[in-house]
Each structure stands twice: as C-alpha cells, then as structure tokens.
Write a protein that binds this ligand. Structure first.
Ligand code: GLU
Length: 514
C-alpha cells in the first residue's frame, strides 16, 4: 500500500474511442481537484492500444474538452513530461518484457488457440447450455504453455504462430481490496477468467497490462476512475502482486455512475437525444458515420456551470452551498463525501447552474457574447448600451441566446402588441389617458430613471388615474407586451423621443375590441 508521504500523481486515462462522455469528464475533474488540492501532478495518458476501437479526432476532442473546462494537464501528450511518451501506442516496446516477466514467474502463460479453436470450444459449451470462460477449469486442456512442452512453445513462437499471453488467475482466492470511496471490497477469484495481457497479432498489450505497467512506471499514486472498472480491480491487485509492486501500488477510488434522469441505468446519448440535453461537453460529429451529438459548449452552457454541475454529481460539500468556483472546489473536495451509489443526472439542474452563472456574469462580457446575435438581427448598438441592457434582463436568462427574446424591444420598436394584454388593459378611456401622458412626457427634459419615475407618479396622482392602468398601457405601447424590467429603466434606455414615437405608434395601431 502506498504511504501518505508519496507525491500525489494522478492520471486521466481515456481511450480515444469517440467523444468524451460527461461521466468521463467528471472523472477527469475529480482527478484534477484531488491533484491540485495536494499540490500533485495531473497526467493525461491516452490509452489507445485497442486499434479496432480507435476513432480519429477523439484524442483532440478529449484535450479540447479539458481545455474548455479549465482542467489543466501537467504531463501529457501535448505537454510532454519526464515519464513520457504519454500515448500508449508510442510505448509499445515497453510492454512485452513485462508480459514475459509474468510468464517467467508462473503468473501468466502463452496461449496459441486460434479463433476457430476457441469458437469450437465455445459452441461445445453452448450445446450443453453452459457459457464458456477461459479460466482455470479449461486452461489445462487448451493449447497453452501450461500443457505444451517448452520446445513446442519455442517452436510455435519461432515459426510465427499467433499467440497471446494470459494471466493465470489464482483459483478460489479471496482478494481483499481497499477503495477510497467504498472501503474494503472483497472478491473471490473463482468467478474471474484468465484475461489476455498481450497479443502477438498486433504486438500490443491489452488495457489491463498497459494500465498497470504505466501506472507503475509513471509512479501514479492514486487511481481515480469510473465504477465500471471495479470488477477489474482484483485482477489489477493480483497483477501488482505478480510483478512484486504491491508496496507501491496506487490507492484506488471508483466513482459512482452517472444515472439517467429516471435514476434507472447509466446515462446514455440516447437519453440526451430523447430529452434534449447534451451528454458530451462539445459538439461531435463522427468521422465514420457522420452522426452528430450535442455539446454543452455549443448549446450555450458556460464551462464553469458544467464543471460546477459535474462536481456535485457524486460529491457533496456537506453544506447548503451549491455554487463553487474551480478554486473553491479544489479546496472543498474530498473522497469522504463522494457517494457510493449512482448519481442521477437532472437536465433542469444543468440549466439551473447555467442560469446561476449567467446572473453572476459580468455585464461587459455578456454584452460581448451578445453582440454577434445582435449583428445577426441587424442591430448595431454601442457596447455600453448593450451592457446596460444586458444588466437589466440577464436575471431572466439561462443562456446568452435567451437575451434577444428578453431585450429585443430595447433595440427595435414593437410592431405587434400582445393580444391578451390588449384585451386586458387597452379599454375604456385608457388610450385617451395614455395620449395625455404622451403629451406630458414630451415636455420632460431629464429622462433619467428617477426623474421619469417621479414625474409619471406625480402626474398620475394629479389626474387621479389608476396607476396600474397607466403603467400597463405605457408598457404595452413601449414594449409591445406586459413584460420586462422596471418601466422607468426601459424609458431611460429607449429615450424620450423614441418613447413618444412608440406611444404614437401604439395609439394608431391598437384598436380595442368593441
Ligand atoms: N482507458 C480506460 C478508460 O477508457 C482507463 C480506465 C482506468 O482509469 O484505469 O476508461
């Protein structure tokens, strides 16, 4: 077991088999939080030894996703580092000697079974209603170095027969393991098969061997990964033991799954498609099928909101606090507060987090993000004006793309008037009273928020009109509907002349129902 004085070195070790799922992103995040909290090192190792599942562009996608979220890598494919290379396909020379070492020590063996031979045995099992597993019950009767003579083994290897090296799983051993989240975990080896560690066909290790060898060579202190790897933990423990590395083996933390919004089963792309939320950080287009998938970035989420949401999917701070910056997460995170059972993904909560970050966002920055949308709508407006407007409406927005609907009337005079509000407020002598107010407002010199507020109220009082009616008709005329922030803020931004024009236009356009 590792000791506490060891420098913290963690790795995020994705396989580039497609876009990174938000569950994977959360794994990267927890690794990062733990690394930063302990002044440790964050490694990005690309596990690309399964050439059949390799997808072009996936590695770049992973790195771009981490960049977008502000998860900084200390050692990795791009960054380099003293333990490189960090892409397993570039380390292929390293692994064979380790596989052979295990054969030498009796912990692994060569197996020469051809795919056809394996298929025959599998069928044989099936015909008896049993499932075939390559384990201690069959290994002695297969074409392995356990049964064949040393000469025959060398001969077969020399003549270029295909072989694999399999781990010789001990029989009926209770493996006792420690997990930082789950505590003690026990599993009996009798249910485990003899996993392939290395294949001569492509001269590449499988995940298990490469992963253990690299974690050892890269001096990884803590392995933080998804719960789906928990069943592999006994094998990994036994591999460390077989290599004689148990003393320095990393500590393990297996993170709870991200569950569907219903709480039943693992969160999948299909759930996202069905319910309209992304399960990937960035937009993705498959280079092979052309299939596309939504991404949080392109759907208008702030990276800080995504990070905050993911941090709380599986971990809780033990307080009521929900909004955390990356630095606050680094300070607060601990495995003691990571749950053992799955974390249910809630699309509404994702939107809620984005809204929180929207409200806290600097108006100037939001105005800059809003500018391209305004341009698209054919609106030219000075940045300081946009900034002011954004400040008035952002509390109602979830995404930057909501800002137009919330504020279009500041930039463009209404051409339509909300029918329901017209029915409700534009009746009796209300229009005539608004016409009176129009004339009064035309004489107001200063159009500040406070000045118009005072003026309208005093005017209304002197006339003895109902203030609600006055305000609703004014709003309907200037905004086109009974919505929006303070009316006097709107008057200030729109200005006196435009206010008068809009009242005139409304008086001419709205014909109350008889
Ligand atoms: N390459 C594995 C994956 O794609 C890594 C698992 C681990 O962290 O050990 O998830």
């Amino acid at each position: 077991m590792s000791d506490n004085t060891r420098p913290v070195r963690v790795r995020f070790a994705p396989s580039p088999t497609g876009p990174l799922h938000i569950g994977g992103l959360r794994t990267a995040l927890y690794n990062y939080l733990f690394a930063r909290q302990h002044g440790g090192t964050m490694i990005l190792r690309i596990e690309d030894t399964d050439s059949h599942r390799f997808v072009p562009g996936a590695e770049e996608y992973i790195m771009e996703s981490l960049d977008w979220c502000g998860i900084h890598i200390d050692e990795g494919v791009r960054e380099g580092g003293p333990y490189g290379p960090y892409r397993q396909s570039e380390r292929r020379e390293i692994y064979l000697q380790y596989a052979e070492q295990l054969v030498g020590s009796g912990n692994a063996y060569y197996a020469f079974d051809t795919p056809e031979e394996l298929e025959t045995v599998r069928k044989e099992y099936e015909s008896r209603g049993e499932t075939f597993a390559y384990d201690h019950t069959v290994r002695e009767r297969m074409n392995t170095s356990l049964r064949l003579s040393a000469e025959e083994v060398s001969e077969r290897i020399a003549r270029g027969d295909q072989w694999v090296i399999r781990f010789k799983m001990p029989e009926n051993e209770e493996v006792v393991m420690q997990d930082m989240i789950r505590g003690e975990v026990r599993m009996n080896t009798s249910t485990l098969d003899d996993k392939v560690l290395y294949k001569s066909a492509d001269r590449l290790p499988t995940y298990h061997l490469a992963n253990i060898v690299d974690d050892h060579l890269m001096e990884v202190s803590h392995v933080i990964r998804g719960e789906e790897w928990l069943p592999s933990l006994p094998l990994h423990y036994l591999l460390y033991r077989a290599f004689g590395w148990s003393d320095t083996q990393p500590e393990f933390a297996h993170l709870p799954l991200l569950l569907k919004p219903t709480g039943q089963g693992k969160l999948s792309k299909r759930d996202g498609d069905k319910m309209g939320f992304p399960v990937f950080p960035l937009f993705w287009k498959s280079p092979t099928t052309g299939e596309t998938a939504h991404g949080y970035r392109e759907d208008g989420y702030f990276p800080e909101a995504v990070v905050n949401m993911l941090a709380l999917l599986g971990w809780n701070p033990g307080t009521e606090q929900e909004i955390f910056s990356m630095d606050e997460l680094i300070a607060a995170f601990s495995f003691d507060r990571v749950g053992k059972s799955g974390a249910r993904f809630q699309p509404d909560k994702a939107r809620w987090f984005n809204a929180q970050y929207m409200h806290r966002r600097d108006n100037g920055e939001l105005a800059r993000l809003f500018q391209p949308i305004l341009k698209e709508k054919g609106v030219e407006a000075p940045l300081d004006r946009v900034e002011y407007i954004v400040g008035l409406v952002k509390d109602r927005a979830v995404f930057v793309s909501d800002l137009w609907d919330l504020s279009s009337y500041f930039f463009v005079a209404p051409t339509e008037y909300d029918a329901k509000s017209v029915r409700k407020y534009w009746k009796d002598d209300v229009p005539a009273r608004l016409a009176e107010l129009r004339d009064a407002l035309a004489g107001v010199e200063e159009f500040s928020v406070e000045a118009t507020d005072r003026f309208v109220h005093e005017w209304n009082e002197s006339k003895g009109y109902v203030i609600g009616q006055t305000m609703n008709s004014l709003r309907l005329a200037v905004v086109g509907a009974c919505k929006g922030p303070s009316m006097f803020e709107i008057l200030y931004v729109v200005g006196r002349d435009e206010t008068i024009r809009r009242i005139d236009a409304a008086l001419a356009a709205i014909h109350p129902e008889a």
